[in-house]
Structure formats: C-alpha cells, structure tokens
Ligand binder design. Sequence first.
Ligand SMILES: *[C@@H]1O[C@H](CO)[C@@H](O)[C@H](O)[C@H]1NC(C)=O
Ligand SMILES: *[C@@H]1O[C@H](CO)[C@@H](O)[C@H](O)[C@H]1NC(C)=O
Ligand SMILES: *[C@@H]1O[C@H](CO)[C@@H](O)[C@H](O)[C@H]1NC(C)=O
Ligand SMILES: *[C@@H]1O[C@H](CO)[C@@H](O)[C@H](O)[C@H]1NC(C)=O
Ligand SMILES: *[C@@H]1O[C@H](CO)[C@@H](O)[C@H](O)[C@H]1NC(C)=O
Ligand SMILES: *[C@@H]1O[C@H](CO)[C@@H](O)[C@H](O)[C@H]1NC(C)=O
Ligand SMILES: *[C@@H]1O[C@H](CO)[C@@H](O)[C@H](O)[C@H]1NC(C)=O
Ligand SMILES: *[C@@H]1O[C@H](CO)[C@@H](O)[C@H](O)[C@H]1NC(C)=O
Ligand SMILES: *[C@@H]1O[C@H](CO)[C@@H](O)[C@H](O)[C@H]1NC(C)=O
Length: 464
Amino acid sequence: MWMWSSSSMENLVVLLGIVFMLSPTSTAASDFNKSLEAKALLANLWWRNNSSASNHCSWPEISCNEEGSVVKIDVNCLNYCYRYQYCVQNWLDFSSFPNIKALSFDDCKLRGIIPEQIGLLSNLTHLSLSRNFLSGKLPISFTNLTQLVALDLSSNYFTGILPSQIRSLKNLVHLDLSRNLFVGSVPPSFGSIVNLTFLDLSGNHLNSSIPWELGNLQKLERLNLRDNNLDGTIPSTFGYLNKLKILTLGMNHINGSIPLDIQNLKKLEQLDLGRNDLVGAIPRDLGKLSSLFYLDFSSNKLSGNVYLIPNPCHLEHLDLSKNLMTGNIPNGLSRCYLLEYLDLTRLLDPDSSNQTVIAGTLGYIAPELAYTMALTEKCDVYSFGVLALETIGGKHPGQLLSSLNRFSGYGISLADILDSRLTYPSDEQIQKDLLRVYNVALACILTDPKYRPTMRSVSQELSR
Ligand SMILES: *[C@@H]1O[C@H](CO)[C@@H](O)[C@H](O)[C@H]1NC(C)=O
Ligand SMILES: *[C@@H]1O[C@H](CO)[C@@H](O)[C@H](O)[C@H]1NC(C)=O
Ligand SMILES: *[C@@H]1O[C@H](CO)[C@@H](O)[C@H](O)[C@H]1NC(C)=O
Ligand SMILES: *[C@@H]1O[C@H](CO)[C@@H](O)[C@H](O)[C@H]1NC(C)=O
Ligand SMILES: *[C@@H]1O[C@H](CO)[C@@H](O)[C@H](O)[C@H]1NC(C)=O
Ligand SMILES: *[C@@H]1O[C@H](CO)[C@@H](O)[C@H](O)[C@H]1NC(C)=O
Ligand SMILES: *[C@@H]1O[C@H](CO)[C@@H](O)[C@H](O)[C@H]1NC(C)=O
Ligand SMILES: *[C@@H]1O[C@H](CO)[C@@H](O)[C@H](O)[C@H]1NC(C)=O
Ligand SMILES: *[C@@H]1O[C@H](CO)[C@@H](O)[C@H](O)[C@H]1NC(C)=O
C-alpha cells in the first residue's frame, strides 16, 4: 500500500521541483523555492521572531539573486548572543538552499559537529563559522565544497588531523583553521592549493616539521603557524614566497639556523620567529628588507654579534631578548625614532656568571639588570637613554653616569654632555632639540625603573 513517508515526501518535493523547472512560468518555480528557503530560515531560532516580515530576501542577514533565491546568509551573533542571550544555536536545512554561495555564522555559540549535509552546498564560495563551540572532526563531505574561495573555521574546538583532502579545495585563497585542537602534521598537500594568499594554522597542536612544499604557495601573503609544537628547520623553500608580508612561526620548537633565503622575501613586513630553538646568527642582509618593521627573535639560542643587526631604524618593534648574542648594542639605535618597542634584555647566556662576558655591554645595561638580571622593558629604556647621551655627546657618557644625581637625574648641564669637539650650537632651534633629547635621555636613565618613561612615550616625545 502506498503511504506517506518522509522519503516519499522528499521524492515528491524533487518531482515538484523538476515539474516547476520545466514549466514555462518561472515565477512559480521561484515562489516554490522561496517558500522552501523561508521555511528553512524560520525553522532557525535566529529568524523565528521575524516570521511577520513577509519577504525573507529583505531580512538584513539575507541576500537573494534576481530570481529571489538565497545566495548569501551572513550572521554575526556577537551582540545578540552576549547582550540578549539570543544566538543562532541550530543549523539550517542545507538542502533548502541550492543557490547559496556565502554562509557565515560567526560568534553564534554553535555547538557539536558540522553536519555531513554541508557537502550539499557544492556552490559555496565563502564559509565562515569562526568563534563558535564546534567540535569533532571536519566532515568528509567538506571535500565536495570545491568552489570554496574562503574558509574560516578559526576559534572552535575541532579535533583530529588536518585532512590532506583539503587540497581538493583548489580555489581556496583564504584558509583559516587557527585556534582549534587539530593534531598531527601540517599536510604537505597544502602546498598544492596554489591560489592561497592567507594560511593560518596557529594555535593548534600540530607536531610535524614544516613541509617544504609550502614553498610552492607563491601567492602567499600571510603565513601563520605560531603556537604549535612544530619542530625541524625552516624550509629554505620559503625563499620562494616572494609575496609574503607576514611570517609568523613563533612559539614552536623549530631548530637549525635561520635560512639565508629569508633575505629574498622583499615584501616582508613582519617576521616572528620568537620562542623557538633557533641557533646561529641572524642573516646579515635581513636589514636590506626595506618594508620590515616588526622583528621578533626573542627566546632562541641565536648567537653572533648584536652589532651586526643592520638598519635597525626601519623597525618599529625589535625583540632580541633572551638569546646568546654578544657585543655592543648598535650605536644607530638612538636615532631610531620609529622604534616603539625594543627588548634587548638578557642578550647573553643567562646562566653565565662570567662578568667579562657582560662587560662588553655593561655601559648600556641598566644597573638593576647588571646586578639582578631583572627583566623589564625599562632596562631597554635605560640602554636607549645611554645611547642618546652618547649620540649627542660623541662618546659613551661613562663617568658622567656615576656623577649624575642618582635620584633626580638632573645633575649635569647640556654643556657638560655635548661633544666637546664641536662648537656649542648657536642656533636656538638646535639647542632646543638637543635639550629635548637630553631631557628624555636623562629620564631614561633614572635609577629607579618605575620613574623611567615607556619606550612608546620616549618615541612620541622625540618625534614631536
Ligand atoms: C529551485 O530549487 C530546485 C531544487 O530544490 C533547484 O534545482 C532550482 O534550480 C531552483 N530554482 C530556482 C529558480 O532557484
Ligand atoms: C524573540 O522572541 C522571544 C519570545 O517572544 C523574546 O523573548 C525575545 O526577546 C525575542 N528576541 C529578539 C532578539 O527579539
Ligand atoms: C528582525 O527583523 C527586523 C526588521 O526587519 C530587523 O531589524 C532585525 O535585525 C531582525 N532580527 C534578527 C534577529 O534577524
Ligand atoms: C549550483 O548552481 C547552479 C547555477 O546557479 C545550479 O544550477 C546548481 O543546481 C547548483 N548546484 C547545487 C548542488 O545546488
Ligand atoms: C556533493 O555534491 C553533489 C552535487 O554537486 C551532490 O549530489 C552530492 O550529494 C554531494 N555529496 C555530499 C557527500 O554531500
Ligand atoms: C587561481 O587563480 C587564477 C586567477 O584568479 C585562476 O585563473 C585559476 O583558475 C586559479 N587556480 C585554481 C587552481 O583554482
Ligand atoms: C604528534 O601527535 C600525534 C597525535 O597526538 C601523535 O600520535 C604523534 O605520535 C605525535 N608525533 C610526534 C612526532 O610527536
Ligand atoms: C631538530 O629537531 C629535530 C626534531 O626534533 C631533530 O631530529 C634534529 O636533530 C634537530 N636538529 C638540530 C640541528 O638540533
Ligand atoms: C670568562 O670568560 C673569559 C673569556 O671568554 C675566560 O677567559 C675566562 O676564563 C672566563 N671566566 C670564568 C670564571 O668562567
């Protein structure tokens, strides 16, 4: 006996769709689809309150094509979730949206797994589900979404390995899987998604080495692998990434030396290699990268002479702290008005109690650092102050430092510190400028670190 069942209902729906598609009156087809889409939307908590609004295409989160079929759903629940305790919370019936191209449910407190049914949305070009509570493995049907250009699943609780099948999403330009619980390796096959300009896998538990194949991603502008358990060396193939602007590999266990090929990355603006196990020297020609303004090499085992760091004045942020470098801090630093953050603390082996080693930089090291190894930004402000005095004085202030009034800093006059080989400037503006640098420098070398200015305010004062 023929009975109504959900599957015969589905067949009927499909049949009706075909009938309407074949029928000459396309308005009927659109109406039919519209009602299917509207019904699917209204089944979701988010739109339930809006059932009175007649045309779902006019709802703020919905965009439709000319036929009145939904092509884009863009929901950010942030304000609703936190202010009104009102979130999307449940999925849509994906089978009801044959023409959808873009779907975003960000900050919506979505929980559980992504349903396999998502594979039905094979026309999808943009999918964003960031900052939810999604968990489990990525559905296998994801490989069906071959039109995807942008995929953002960041800040969820996804587990399992990164499926190498993601390589079948060949049109991807933007891939963000950061801040999840992914384990295992960075799939070498990611190197075949050649149109990627943005790849972020940071904040997971990935524990392989970095595959050299990523060097094939020649359109890449941002690569972030920070905060994983990656080991091995930085592939020298990274030298081919000549569009790269931001390279972030900090907080891993990457070892070996920094490949010289990094110097080829002419567009590089930010380089973070901090908190790894890198050894050897910083490549000399890194300083020729004229766009570079952010450099973090902190907490490695880098050696070599600090003085070799070329052109520090391009930089706004320089962190060389906690390495094994030796030598004097570069003279030019005191003229680096752009520099807003400078950390040179503990450049030397922290375990070394050998005073002759530290003597090389002693004149620049804040007293509390030399004696106690206390690590504060204020130590660098001190170093900066000494350098500034050296610059306007033409020599290391040396004995002057100890003759300064240790409590106020105002023990000596400008004339005392100015380079005696030069005639005292008669130009009033130059006198004023020198005095300004001089006063800032004095504030920087105050004995008590808590009265020294921050590097930022030093920079602001000097660039006035
Ligand atoms: C209506 O939906 C069917 C399947 O549900 C789809 O094949 C068809 O392209 C849609 N028609 C329009 C005009 O959106
Ligand atoms: C939705 O409707 C429910 C019940 O009528 C109401 O409590 C809630 O505040 C409404 N939410 C919004 C965002 O309008
Ligand atoms: C409900 O509809 C109103 C008016 O169209 C709109 O301002 C509001 O953003 C909608 N609310 C939700 C949760 O979509
Ligand atoms: C994809 O879009 C095309 C054209 O808009 C449409 O004919 C087709 O049915 C869609 N495919 C799916 C799986 O919905
Ligand atoms: C993949 O997409 C096709 C249409 O392009 C659809 O027929 C099929 O059911 C989808 N597969 C999965 C696993 O969703
Ligand atoms: C990459 O992008 C180019 C230009 O936008 C496009 O022509 C090409 O088809 C894309 N390649 C792949 C594999 O999607
Ligand atoms: C990486 O992590 C996976 C999953 O936790 C584990 O099975 C594997 O042994 C780890 N591999 C290495 C090289 O540590
Ligand atoms: C770098 O780390 C890998 C993996 O932990 C190890 O096999 C290799 O010996 C290390 N290389 C160096 C130079 O320390
Ligand atoms: C300190 O370092 C110098 C130079 O490297 C060395 O000659 C001297 O023996 C070291 N002293 C101690 C106590 O380790």
